[in-house]
Ligand binder design. Structure first.
Ligand code: AHR
Length: 339
């Protein structure tokens, strides 16, 4: 595995949020310091991290945001600049540029799509700011993309898709004909592409599995419901739903229930994420299997940054451990699920 030696950026701290500037104004006047030097004094020892979140489309995403906000606190030695891109790559690029101009020490982002990042990441490199991707991954230009991302940490999406198909293979008869519909996540995202790739690596070899259609539900409940309604109107003989996240699954279950179809019994449901509400549905038999994708990535990114700060070596690729939940094992994990 490739290792990357990282140097700390060592920037002067130029962040001067308006609110803090106002709060400090009175004190500045008393001490005779300018606003800027007061801010530098106050935050000089903190590590500044610009975090561009891709949006707030799902329960998983909210838990992921909270994980960052709870990890990158002043008590832990950080100054966090948080931006929500509302599912738009252009907003993420804007946020990254603003982090660069504020000379943060580290940039962390969860890329909404895989491609289109080369230019802005080169700007970060020119500014000497290390970039970490969390959750999703980027695909960079083969000739010039090396070293633009110091490290990635998140779930191995292709492995998740593979585990889903493996469960289906192990829990259905070999000669059973299965009509499958798929709800895929955001187009061009490594989460959707990886899960599809992993699932197809098995499904393509299964003669009796018939994938009726795969449509994008954008990782949202509303879209999941809308597309499932379309599937149910179009295909009278669906046996399996593969839904690439829990929110779309919740929407699909609504659609099934409105047509008196029993989720988990009339149609096998395979989901991803394993948020608490979904695990309760696994326990109750409405979801048959839920492949975990952990949103609690803040502490892992913290660990990487601390290593870099100490001049240590870090792995470039850092997949986190993830489980597969069925009615057989879910109860022992439900209690401790915080999101
Ligand atoms: O990238 C992780 C995926 O994005 C999660 O499965 C989904 O819920 C989220 O929106």
């Amino acid at each position: 595995m490739m290792k990357t030696k990282i140097k700390t950026a060592g920037h002067a701290f130029l962040i001067l949020p308006a609110v803090l500037a106002c709060v400090q104004l009175a004190g500045c006047a008393r001490s005779g310091k300018t606003e800027e030097t007061a801010a530098v004094d106050a935050f000089d020892n903190l590590i500044s991290v610009g975090f561009s979140q891709l949006g707030s489309e799902s329960v998983w995403r909210s838990a992921n945001t909270v994980s960052f906000q709870e990890t990158f606190t002043r008590e832990n030695g950080y100054f966090l600049l948080y931006e929500n891109a509302r599912q738009k790559q252009e907003n993420q690029i804007k946020a990254i540029r603003s982090f660069i101009s504020q000379r943060v020490d580290y940039i962390v982002f969860s890329p909404v799509t895989e491609t289109g990042w080369d230019t802005v990441l080169k700007e970060a490199r020119e500014a000497g700011i290390p970039v970490i991707t969390s959750d999703r991954q980027v695909v960079l230009d083969r000739d010039s993309g090396d070293g633009l991302v110091s490290a990635w940490v998140g779930g191995d999406m292709a492995a998740e898709g593979y585990k889903a198909a493996q469960w289906l293979r192990e829990n259905t008869k070999e000669d059973e004909k299965l009509n499958i519909v798929v709800l895929t996540g955001t187009e061009g995202s490594s989460a959707a592409l990886g899960r599809s790739e992993g699932f197809h690596s098995i499904s393509d070899t299964m003669e009796n599995w018939n994938i009726l259609e795969e449509k994008c539900g954008d990782f949202t409940l509303a879209k999941g419901q809308e597309i499932m309604e379309y599937y149910l109107d179009t295909y009278p003989d669906i046996n399996v739903l593969v839904s690439q996240n829990d929110d779309m699954t919740f929407g699909a279950i609504e659609a099934m229930r409105s047509r008196d179809i029993e989720p988990g019994t009339d149609i096998i449901i395979i989901s991803f994420d394993a948020v608490r509400e979904a695990l309760e549905m696994v326990r109750d038999g409405f979801i048959n299997v839920d492949v975990e994708c952990s949103p609690l990535l803040g502490p892992y990114v913290d660990e990487l940054i601390r290593k870099m700060e100490n001049g240590g070596q870090i792995e470039q690729s850092n997949p986190v451990d993830e489980l597969v939940f069925t009615a057989d094992n879910v109860k022992e994990y439900l209690e401790s699920r915080t999101y």
